[in-house]
Design a binder for this molecule. Structure first.
Ligand SMILES: Cc1cc2nc3c(=O)[nH]c(=O)nc-3n(C[C@H](O)[C@H](O)[C@H](O)COP(=O)(O)OP(=O)(O)OC[C@H]3O[C@@H](n4cnc5c(N)ncnc54)[C@H](O)[C@@H]3O)c2cc1C
Length: 475
């Protein structure tokens, strides 16, 4: 009998691949390190309260994918509507940022400063153009120094943990929808009307949290003959020539060896490269060291009140706050909390091993309560408990030159005849969950056809016109 196809990681990408293969009658085994499937899209339960790893939404341009997901979920898929704000200097800005709202909230002084700053940039562009390869240069050239210093710079540094001069402008180009301040001003006075990238207000959300979708997908995949091993930590690959013969993994400290015909990896690209070539060249070693992720710590707080605010999420832009977002899970589905109660989920960017990552839960809770109070929310008498969740690979950090490092590692993967890589960690690309699923399905088709085209998986949804772009912020 042929060895099974082994999938590393049971998040949206790995599970979609496995489901597609199992549905077509192929032998497939998923190895997932966590005790539950879903990856970044899992939902954790604390008593009667449910929390995603940062609230997730499902939206896709791919009608076929959407129909499959709706069929899978049936009445358990809700259509929710978002309402979000950016909190800054004691003011609330509509989110996505809109020009009229900015003008009204910024006040005359800052509006004038912003316009002068932008005019200065227009002159500078002719005399000595800025280096736009990094985030700071790209944004300053388009929005002027005053807006960069006040909004874009501090939030970006808080989110990524490195100076914006070290962040590739790719990220800005992907995430900021207005062309420049001049474009925003023309829209404001009605002289420009062409559509900007659209912001979706409505989205799909499972009744019991995003994790419900992937629990169901895993069950369906198993019903169709696939296998998933949970708590299975992949620790190595047995490579002979240009083929992977078996995957090594640990469960409860015990090592297992699983022979394979193909490997589809959705674990981090540096980890995969290391398993393929434990002793590799200097270039590969450097790339492995350079490709890093921003981690996240979530503080989930059940509250003994019916409502916290009317917003699905609030962005906390100022750098003196450690939290970057406050989300209220009930705004996505009322079943995320018991009746008459609510909860909040605080998202705090950090790095593995730093003070936030290591902080004791009670200390962090005290600190975050103070931040909330200074934002105008006193939860002292209504907080019922608190639960921390840590995420190591939250956001791929697009450092300057990351493309070269990524290409170096993808070239290592390409040397293996029976290995494909995909997904957010596997391609080291800032993608949404629907794109991760599309990559998984594409990988399944390539495996079934016996034809490998890694570049095609990499390039899924790289088109400029994304369905939704969140200015300033990360998702
Ligand atoms: C805070 C936040 C909010 C987001 N919100 C949205 C949203 O609203 N909408 C949206 O579309 N997208 C959103 N995303 C993006 C979305 O989460 C990802 O695009 C999606 O989860 C990527 O799926 P994946 O399968 O590629 O990777 P992952 O979800 O990261 O799954 C990878 C899996 O591999 C497993 N793994 C890793 N190493 C090993 C190992 N050694 N052995 C075994 N298993 C291993 C992990 O445990 C994980 O389960 C958000 C992301 C974040 C961080």
């Amino acid at each position: 009998m042929k060895d099974p196809i082994v999938i590393l990681g049971g998040g949206p990408c790995g599970l979609s691949c496995a489901w597609e293969l199992a549905a077509q009658g192929w032998d497939v085994v998923v190895l997932e390190r966590e005790p539950r499937p879903g990856g970044l899209c899992a939902t954790n339960t604390f008593g009667e309260y449910r929390f995603d790893l940062g609230g997730h939404r499902f939206l896709s341009q791919n009608q076929e994918l959407t129909s499959r997901i709706l069929d899978l979920m049936g009445a358990d898929m809700l259509v929710s509507e978002r309402k979000s704000v950016v909190m800054h200097s004691g003011k609330r800005f509509a989110y996505p940022l809109s020009a009229p709202d900015l003008v009204e909230n910024l006040g005359l002084g800052l509006n004038l400063k912003a316009l002068l700053g932008y005019a200065g940039e227009l002159i500078r562009r002719r005399i000595s153009p800025r280096d736009e390869s990094h985030f700071e240069g790209w944004v300053t050239a388009r929005f002027g120094r005053p807006l960069y210093d006040r909004f874009f710079g501090p939030y970006t540094e808080k989110l990524w943990g490195i100076p914006p001069t070290q962040i590739s402008s790719d990220w800005a180009a992907q995430r900021i929808s207005l062309l420049n301040l001049g474009d925003a001003a023309l829209r404001l006075i009605g002289l420009r009307r062409s559509p900007i990238r659209t912001y979706a207000r409505r989205y799909y959300y499972p009744r019991l949290g995003m994790g419900q979708l992937f629990d169901r997908m895993a069950s369906r995949m198993c019903r169709e003959g696939g296998i998933i091993h949970l708590g299975a930590d992949v620790t190595g690959l047995d490579v002979v020539g240009n083929r992977v013969k078996a995957v090594r993994y640990h469960v409860d400290g015990q090592e297992y060896l699983l022979p394979c015909s193909w490997v589809f990896s959705t674990i981090s690209l540096p980890a995969l490269a290391r398993y393929i070539a434990p002793q590799s060249t200097n270039g590969v070693e450097t790339a492995i060291g350079n490709l890093r992720s921003r981690a996240l710590r979530f503080l989930n707080i059940p509250l003994d009140i019916p409502d916290f605010s009317e917003n699905t999420w609030m962005y906390i832009a100022e750098p003196q706050y450690k939290m970057s977002r406050i989300q209220e899970p009930k705004r996505r589905s009322s079943e995320m909390v018991p009746q008459g109660k609510t909860s909040i989920m605080l998202e705090i960017p950090c790095s593995v091993g730093d003070k936030i990552w290591e902080a004791d839960g009670n200390t962090l809770f005290q600190e975050m309560s103070l931040e909330l109070r200074s934002l105008g929310y006193n939860i002292d008498s209504v907080a019922l408990d608190h639960h921390s969740v840590w995420v190591e690979h939250g956001y791929p950090i697009y450092h300057l030159g990351y493309q070269h490092d990524r290409d170096t590692l993808l070239a290592e993967v390409a040397k293996m005849e029976n290995v494909l890589t995909g997904g957010r960690q596997g391609i080291f690309r800032y993608i949404f969950l629907d794109t991760a699923m599309e990559m998984g399905i594409e990988a399944a088709h390539q495996i079934m056809q016996g034809s490998r085209n890694l570049k095609h998986i990499q390039s899924i949804r790289t088109e400029k016109a994304l369905l939704e772009i969140d200015a300033l912020t990360a998702t």
